[in-house]
Design a protein around this ligand. Structure first.
Ligand code: SF4
Length: 374
């Protein structure tokens, strides 16, 4: 059975956060039933083509999957189990907003087989949460984690953000302290990227908000690595930390170049060396448009992707796998670049893996560019 990661997109949110450029929009409850009907139809239509696949992970992302009645997610899982085998211990994640969770939803998730919860906390600073447009309070984050534990979730992850306008190192440290008081198996710490077209970008353009400079951002990241690792959450990817054995299998599939099927509006897929995606607009998705932008990957695409994704992980790029896939010894074909990056202390080669040092991870884009240069 070929392994497969499955992503299911739920595009609805209570309202749009100031920094968000995801394919999501403020909820229109009237759309929910129609959307999940279409989603289940899309799942059913895959029946013929998934008989030789085994789902190793299922990830409900968004949007805010925890916004809609939990029965919709349970129903989608029921459809999915009919068309594809689930591997034993298949990781099944629901992304949740603390402002939309309750005990009943959590119990339905558990009964449906959901075994991982990824909670979008972003900050424990009430003023920063308000400026981000988040719908929840710091208190609701702790409450969500406690409810999840009571419902039987052992694998709980929290998302946090740094490099926020108005955020000092002290405020970031206080958020990390508050997070570490909770029983977490996993934590993601992302630097804010001000995306074009968002409310945050407009505020920055008007001079109403300013993000910390690069030095301050790097210092916040370094502090997070030290603080989280000291608490037993080990960094395994640029922005991700886990207790041993709780690394996110779904995301590891992306970073290791594995195959994934995206279901729902805006979802992207990579199967049989082809990329394709569903339309981001609800209307087009409901009208049945599927598998757009179908493109076969070239060898150079695959090389670039493998370099870009594998070097995000602390383990790094598997040089034997590179040789098997491309018939090339990277340390020979890029000998000059490898030597230069080693001399700068940006990469190391250990046990057949090329990995970035902590400083290299801060400069990952540039390191990858250098490795791709001829
Ligand atoms: S909850 Fe998440 S997906 Fe929804 S608007 Fe906020 S950041 Fe975007």
């Amino acid at each position: 059975m070929k392994p497969l990661a499955i992503y299911i997109h739920v595009p609805f949110c209570v309202r749009k956060c100031a920094y968000c450029d995801f394919a999501s929009f403020a909820a229109r409850e009237d759309d929910w039933a129609g959307y999940f009907d279409a989603l289940n139809g899309e799942i059913d239509a895959w029946a013929e083509r998934l008989h030789d696949r085994e789902a190793r992970s299922v990830f409900f992302g968004g949007g805010t999957p925890s916004l809609v009645p939990a029965a919709y997610l349970a129903d989608a899982l029921r459809h999915l189990r009919k068309v594809v085998a689930f591997a034993p211990g298949c990781e099944i994640t629901v992304e949740a907003n603390p402002g939309t969770l309750n005990v009943d939803k959590l119990r339905v998730y558990r009964r449906a087989g959901v075994n991982r919860l990824s909670i979008g906390a972003q900050s424990f600073d009430a003023a920063l949460l308000r400026s981000l447009g988040r719908i929840h309070t710091p208190g609701q984050i702790g409450e969500a984690v406690r409810m999840a534990r009571d419902a039987g979730f052992a694998n709980i992850s929290l998302d946090l953000m740094y490099a926020l306008p108005g955020q000092t190192m002290e405020r970031w440290a206080a958020t990390l302290d508050a997070a570490l008081e909770l029983p977490l198996a996993h934590l993601s710490a992302y630097s804010l990227i001000v995306e074009e077209g968002t409310e945050m970008a407009r505020r920055v353009a008007r001079g109403e908000a300013a993000v910390p400079d690069d030095d301050a951002v790097n210092e916040m990241q370094r502090y997070a690595v030290r603080r989280l690792e000291a608490a037993g959450l080990m960094r395994y990817e640029i922005s991700n930390f886990a207790r041993p054995g709780f690394e996110c299998r779904h995301n590891l599939t992306y970073w290791s170049g594995g195959e994934y099927l995206g279901l729902g509006s805006a979802a992207h897929s990579l199967m049989d060396d082809c990329r394709f995606s569903n339309p981001p607009e609800l209307e087009r998705y409901l009208a049945g448009e599927r598998r757009l932008n179908l493109a076969q990957r070239s060898a150079s695409d695959r090389k670039e992707e493998m370099l870009m994704l594998a070097t995000r992980t602390v383990r790094g790029l598997d040089l034997n796998r590179w040789r098997a896939e491309f018939g090339e010894d990277l340390t020979r074909s890029r000998a000059a670049q490898v030597r230069k990056l080693e001399n700068y202390g940006l990469i190391e080669i250990t046990d057949g893996f090329l990995c970035l040092t902590p400083v290299g991870l801060e400069l990952q884009d540039s390191v990858v560019l250098e490795l791709m240069e001829d």
